[in-house]
Design a protein around this ligand. Structure first.
Ligand code: KG4
Ligand code: ZN
Length: 434
């Protein structure tokens, strides 16, 4: 089954073209191409994603990305699987209706058909939530228009389902068929992104009928954040420290500096600006000992804010540095490290509890925060200690991307009848897995 997947839920426009085939009970994947255009640099000045700008940037990126994707895919898709397509009058009218708010994209797509050939495609899959609805609609309407032109079914895929399965891809290699890591029968998924912090139990059943073997996946939400998501807390703390957006990588880099020095023992033990003994800086680990699997990150964020407000440099109104930032580099490093320790400790302990109490022996980790090196190290160590395997996405697939959307779509539809959702598909900013 050849899947064209489209992702526009936030600030990345991404498309992928893959073949997924069911070989006995395994799934093989052949990636023809996948490309992501990031808008992060445009949103950085606002310290977060600005939805109207995200929508415009997605509209601009759709056709150039499709062009690049097709050019790359020409390497592994045989020539006889390409064809020119001339949309008829009715199809053009329908595209104009679907894209009536993005009419320049409708016109561009019709022109695209006059210049480019299309490969054979069996299914178009598009992220229909969760995310920014304004942004999601661009991908959905573009997918519907392509479905109209190519006369193939269009289905919606949950963005978090993409993150959930992203760790099953063992290598990101183009033009060569590879085997996915097997879908586990009983796993826990830790989903950590800018909008989500969730622990989900994933159970997969094999159902054998006379005609074929199928897998059915069942998802149970064990727990989620009650307020801010962990990635959001990273971003907000980064803003307090005047670090660039997105904040996760910047905080993590500072925290790592401190950890490196601590190991080598060469870091001074007191903070220069406030004379505080470093190891006394301690932020709360909210809900660490709660009996459930829920999380809370807003208290931790507030604790960081209070700490910053009490720093002597702030209180005394001392002159600021060039960036207008009154927090010393040393304080930034200390705060970043202690914040990361607190945020990650809660994630890791709750995950261990979920592994233990459900008896699952595979952990699937996904979402932007799964790029965090300290989180990776702590979960791998926990896996060795408590006897479970951890699948992380490749670093290149931790952020939002359409390849993970194709993976999730293939895993679902290789075993399920495809029902065309083209006419009813809608953006759902709050779409849930379970
Ligand atoms: O999954 P993602 O790319 O977008 C959403 O679906 O939200 O996640 C983005 C989040 C941001 O909050 C970003 O700061 C965080 O992932 N992030 C990190 C790291 N890299 C990205 N957080 C902690 N450490 C990182 N290395
Ligand atoms: Zn995401």
């Amino acid at each position: 089954m050849r899947i064209l997947s489209i992702e526009t839920s936030c600030d990345e426009t991404s498309m992928a073209l893959v073949d997924m085939v069911n070989v006995d009970n395994d799934i093989n994947i052949l990636i023809h191409g996948h490309f992501t255009a990031s808008q992060a640099q445009y949103h950085a000045q606002y310290g977060g994603v600005f939805p109207a700008m995200a929508k415009l940037e997605h509209i601009k990126a759709c056709l150039p990305l499709l062009h690049t994707l097709f050019a790359e895919s020409g390497i592994s898709i045989p020539e006889d699987e390409w064809a020119s397509i001339t949309p008829g009058k009715e199809q053009i009218e329908n595209i104009n209706k679907i894209l009536h708010r993005e009419i320049e994209l409708a016109n561009g797509l019709v022109e695209f058909c006059t210049k480019e050939k299309f490969p054979k495609i069996d299914l178009i899959s598009v992220t229909n939530g969760p995310g920014l609805e304004m942004a999601l609609w661009v991908g959905i309407n573009f997918a519907k228009s392509l479905g109209e032109i190519l006369n193939v079914p269009v289905v919606g895929t949950n963005h978090m389902m993409g993150h959930l399965y992203s760790g099953l891809l063992p290598e990101d290699i183009l033009h060569k068929e590879i085997k996915l890591n097997p879908i586990p029968n009983d796993a826990i998924a830790l989903l950590v992104s800018g909008g989500h912090t969730e622990l989900i139990q994933v159970e997969s059943y094999k159902v054998e009928s006379e005609k074929k073997k199928t897998h059915i996946q069942q998802y149970t939400l064990l727990g989620a954040t009650l307020d801010d998501a962990v990635g959001e807390a990273f971003d907000k703390v980064a803003r307090m420290l005047d670090l660039p957006y997105p904040g996760g990588p910047a905080i993590s880099k500072l925290a790592e500096t401190k950890r490196r020095y601590s190991v080598s023992g060469s870091l001074a033990q007191t903070s220069e600006s406030n004379g505080e003994v470093l190891d006394q800086l301690h932020f709360p680990r909210p809900m660490l000992h709660s009996k459930n699997y829920d999380f809370s990150y807003s208290g931790l964020k507030t604790a960081v804010l209070y700490h910053i407000q009490k720093l002597p440099s702030r209180q005394a109104g001392l002159p600021t540095d060039k960036a207008g930032n009154p927090i010393s580099e040393q304080d930034k490093i200390n705060i970043a490290k202690e914040f990361e320790d607190a945020a990650i400790e809660v994630l890791v302990k709750k995950t261990i509890k979920a592994m233990d109490e459900t008896g699952a022996n595979i952990l699937l980790v996904g979402g932007g925060v799964s790029a965090n090196k300290y989180l990776r190290k702590e979960l791998i160590d926990a896996g060795k200690k408590y006897n479970f395997n951890v699948h992380f996405p490749l670093q290149s697939l931790t952020g939002d991307n359409a390849l993970m959307i194709a993976l999730a779509t293939g895993i679902e539809y290789l075993y399920k009848e495809i029902k065309n959702q083209k006419d009813e598909l809608k953006a759902n900013g709050m779409l849930k897995i379970a």
